[in-house]
Design a protein around this ligand. Structure first.
Ligand code: UT7
Length: 325
């Protein structure tokens, strides 16, 4: 038995911040950002918008796209590292907004692969009979935790949430393989140091910008390519398919150079790699479900197409899978 994606949805906040806008904020240029990352613009949440607000719209769109009755949903899992609050969970706000009181709703903290982690849990829940129809979400309002004075990181991130409805498949379509993993030895390379129980918020942590993203870009880059390559290869092997059978590779949209190098290493033509980083930037857990929804709405995903997804992020953690559409 397989589980499948019945429908997709996504939401990007209205405000667009271009590289030219960033030139006025930090010592950077459109040319540097475009050349080093492939990003031209990103969407930024308003002061009033939290991650759940984006998620609720994405979820409503996924429900509509799937054609289900929203009351069929019996579990909600939200992959995010920018929750509305440390507690309660962001998923519980989505549950409340959708009027689905009573069903389990929880967050998964797995940085950029958060959506793949959520999908892995949903897949297991459906296969074990604990759930029948799961709403999974992945996405962020990273703009709220970016240090807007750090040109090495602030140019890379954007806001947005993607959502999918998952249920039992009644044919061969659905998830063929999923693999997730992590290596805690590299936790310091990409981290939001303060605000948790290790370093609670104080005047000093605020003054020293310790509630914002701290990143060693070069080190993250090298490990990203390795993690994406290894996890993608593993997902292909577990699925028992050939890389030539894959119609589209949807990698985490972190950097165009990371995506192209990974494509070279796993031996997939770059034309098969779906990229929207120029418009969306790095939305962490939103990357893959937002891209998938764009492809779905643009009619790129047809029945029986094999899709490879792969992601990596802070932790480090990674995840990959092969899906038959
Ligand atoms: O979801 C995972 C999240 N993170 C990532 O995926 C990040 C992975 N890393 C990367 O994407 C890249 O390492 C970056 C895009 C962050 C940086 O690209 P790079 O080619 O590794 O550049 P670099 O860090 O080696 O910096 C090269 C130069 C430095 O100047 P000097 O020391 O050579 O004079 C930087 O200070 O570029 C400078 N620089 C900038 N210049 C203009 C760094 N950021 C900027 C900037 N604008 N925004």
């Amino acid at each position: 038995m397989r589980t499948k994606i019945l429908g997709t949805g996504s939401y990007l906040p209205e405000k667009v911040l271009t590289n030219f806008d960033l030139e006025k904020m930090v010592d950077t240029t459109d040319e540097w950002i475009t050349k080093r990352s492939g990003i031209k613009e990103r969407h930024i949440a308003s002061e009033k918008e939290a991650t759940s607000d984006l998620g609720i719209i994405a979820a409503e769109r996924a429900i509509k796209n799937s054609g289900i009755d929203k009351n069929d949903i019996d579990m909600i899992i939200f992959g995010t590292i920018t929750p509305d609050r440390l507690f309660p969970s962001t998923a519980i706000y989505v549950q409340k907004a959708l009027g689905l009181v009573g069903i389990p709703a929880f967050d998964v903290s797995a940085a950029c692969p958060g959506y793949i982690y959520a999908m892995t849990i949903a897949d297991s829940m459906i296969k074990s009979g604990q759930a029948k129809c799961v709403l999974i979400l992945g996405g962020e309002t990273l703009s709220k935790i970016v240090n807007w004075e750090d040109r090495g990181s602030c140019v890379l991130f954007g806001d947005g949430v993607g959502a999918s409805i998952m249920a039992k498949s009644n044919d061969e379509s659905g998830i063929i393989s999923l693999t997730i993993g992590g290596d805690g030895n590299m936790e310091k390379l990409l981290i939001q140091p303060a605000g948790g129980s290790r370093m609670p918020a104080t005047k000093e942590t605020l003054e020293n910008n310790l509630h914002t993203i701290q990143m060693e870009g070069n080190e993250v880059y090298k490990n990203a390519v390795n993690a994406l390559t290894n996890s993608a290869n593993k997902a292909i092997e577990m699925a028992g398919v050939s890389i030539d059978d894959i119609k589209y590779f949807i990698p985490h949209q972190a950097n165009i150079r990371i995506m192209k190098t990974t494509a070279k290493y796993i031996k997939i033509p770059v034309e098969k790699v779906y990229m929207n980083i120029d418009r969306v930037a790095n939305t962490s857990a939103g990357s893959i479900p937002i891209a998938m929804d764009e492809m779905n709405r643009n009619g790129l995903l047809n029945k029986d197409d094999l899709i490879l997804v792969a992601s990596f992020g802070a932790g480090f953690v990674w995840g990959a899978g092969v899906i038959r559409w």
